[in-house]
Structures are given as structure tokens and as C-alpha cells.
Design a protein around this ligand. Sequence first.
Ligand SMILES: Cc1cc2nc3c(=O)[nH]c(=O)nc-3n(C[C@H](O)[C@H](O)[C@H](O)COP(=O)(O)O)c2cc1C
Length: 359
Amino acid sequence: MAKLFEPLKVRELEIRNRIFIPAMCQYSCENQDGVVNEWHLVHLGARATGGAGMIIAEASGVTPEGRISPWCPGIWNYEQVAAWARVNEYIHSQGAKSAIQLAHAGRKGSTYREWSGKGSVPIEKGGWQTISSTSEAFDGYEPPRELTTQEVHELVHDFASAAKNAVLAGFDAVEVHAAHGYLIHQFLSPITNKRTDEFGGSLENRARIVLEIVKAIRAEVGELLPIFVRLSATDYREDGWDVEQTIQVAKWCADLGADLFDISSGGLITGVNIPSGPGYQVPLAEKVADQVSQPVGAVGQITSAQQAEDILQNDNVDIVLIGRASLRDPYWALRAAHELGVEVDYWPKQYLRGKFPQA
Ligand SMILES: Cc1cc2nc3c(=O)[nH]c(=O)nc-3n(C[C@H](O)[C@H](O)[C@H](O)COP(=O)(O)O)c2cc1C
């Protein structure tokens, strides 16, 4: 049996295989109110029908200012909860599980959607004053306002309330977005965190925000809900965040109740060399997996079934996340089962006449 199709249990949650769909922004809440709609239902639903084990819904703001763009979803109010509930009902009807990425964009918020502009959306056009660990701007964006210590504590609470909303919406897990240069990463990295309060300075202090968030979520949602954490393992700059700090913070998060680590990289700053190529972030995930006992996911240019299977067989990681390849092919998982010769019992009945191999 291919490892890719072995089920995975995280706390009490049974996931039918090791294929996760990573969070991918859709910029499609057309009313700019953070409420998901038919696009999200069909987009996420298609990937559940397509056989993936876990569907992670895109970066969703824990507050309005936490969104990346005015078109990004939110999970801070009940209208948003109700809209997500419909998406989850469909995902579950297909035998897949769901998580939501709880996010705060910090200084990388209030942006245009990829296809409609660059830089910050002005306040008079629906944008907002961004906030961060620092008052220094991200390249090409408006400068953020540096958060007070009290405001950082309040943000921790916002993540916990959002996690409670995620449970109400029927998500099976939550993922804390601590990667890609968004707010938590802005606190983690010494490049963007020069604070002198309890949230800056030593690694313990820079990590305090994510540790408090994990702790607060666990306290809010109880013992059952799996908590995933997405971390960038490096800033690709000498004086920045690196894999050793990532491993230490993952261990601390695990001690506080985090269950799974999704290892990505970069996103904090521009002007660095990011080595890309097939599976380019796998070695980073492997380094983390070697040091923590929780399951670890690898992501980044994993495109073929055999490549994904080889990573699980050889690289000591437990999960693969299939992003852009699943945008090209929502049925990536079903196709992979066929290519690896695995018989799965979740081929949609309605599509049996199209089942691989063709009759
Ligand atoms: C359209 C798009 C939107 C994305 N949005 C998010 C996001 O909301 N949160 C996140 O952590 N990563 C986001 N990413 C990064 C992906 O989750 C993934 O890490 C990245 O695409 C590399 O994997 P891949 O090569 O399989 O696509 C996005 C990527 C794409 C292509």
C-alpha cells in the first residue's frame, strides 16, 4: 500500500490519506465582508470530491485588519461562521476533513488582489492602517503602526475567539499561520522584531506571541481539536529566522498542545534568493520532522504522485501538501491513487463511469 494513502490520526481525527490541500487565498469575498460564497464552496468542495484527505481553507482574518486583502475571508463573526458551515457540510459529505488557516497579515495586509493591482489599498478605497511588530514597511507597502504590548495580548485573544468560531463553523482543525512574513512571522524574525517589551529580544520573547496563541486556542477549544502550525523555516538571510529557531519553536508549540507542523519558507522580506525546484522545501520539513514527534508536512512544488510517495517513503515527513498542482487538477488525489495502483473507496459514485482505468 502506498504511504500516500495510509490514513492519519491526529488526536481523535481520522484523515483518510496523507494528501492535504494547503491554504490558498482566493480573494473572492466580493462584498469585502469576509463572508465566503459559492466560489469557496465549489473550489474547496471540488478538492474534497477529488479525494484529498484534508482541505485547509485559505488564510482567514481573525479580525478585519488581519485580512491580507479586502477580498479575503474572515472568521471573526457569525455571518462568516454560517457561510463556512455550508462549505464544511459539503466537504464532510465527501469524506474529507477540513481546517481553516487562522491568520493575521500584519504589515502585509490591506493589499490588492493579485490580479487587480500592486501595493496597499488606500483607506478611502476600503483598505486600512496596518499593524505590526514594527513600524517599518514591507517593500512597496504603506508603513504599519507598531502594536503596543497590550494590543499584542488582545490579538492573542482574537486568535482564540476565531478558533472557537472555527469549531462552530464545523472545521475539524485549525492552522495557525505563523509563516510567509505575516504578523506572527513578523514577531518571530529578528529582522522585523526589534521590540524591547516581552514580545521582542530573545527567541523566547519573539516566540511568545505564537506560544500564547497556541495556549489560548487550546484553552478555548478543549482537548479534541487538532491545532496545526504553519512555519516558514527560514528567511534566507543570515541575520534572520532559520531552521534551528523553527525547530525550537515547534517543540515549544508542541508542549502547549500543537499537533502538526506544516513547514514552508520565506515571505518576510524581498530581495533574497529562494532556491526553487521540485520539492525545494522538503529538506527543511525533514529537519523539523527529525526533531519533533508530531506529524510534519512538506510543501512546495510537489506535483506528481510518485514524487509525493517518494518523499513520504524517504524523507521522514508524514504529509504532503499539494497546492498549485491541485489548482490544475482538483482530482489530483484520485489520479494519484490510480497512478500508484491503490484502490480507494471514495471515488464519487456519480463519476464511476469515468473511473481510472477507463473501461
Ligand atoms: C493562489 C495561492 C494562494 C496562496 N495562499 C496562501 C495562504 O492563504 N496561506 C498560506 O499559508 N499559503 C498560501 N499559498 C502558498 C501555498 O499554500 C503553498 O505553500 C505554495 O503554493 C507552495 O506549494 P505548491 O508548489 O504545491 O503550490 C498560496 C499559494 C497560491 C498558489
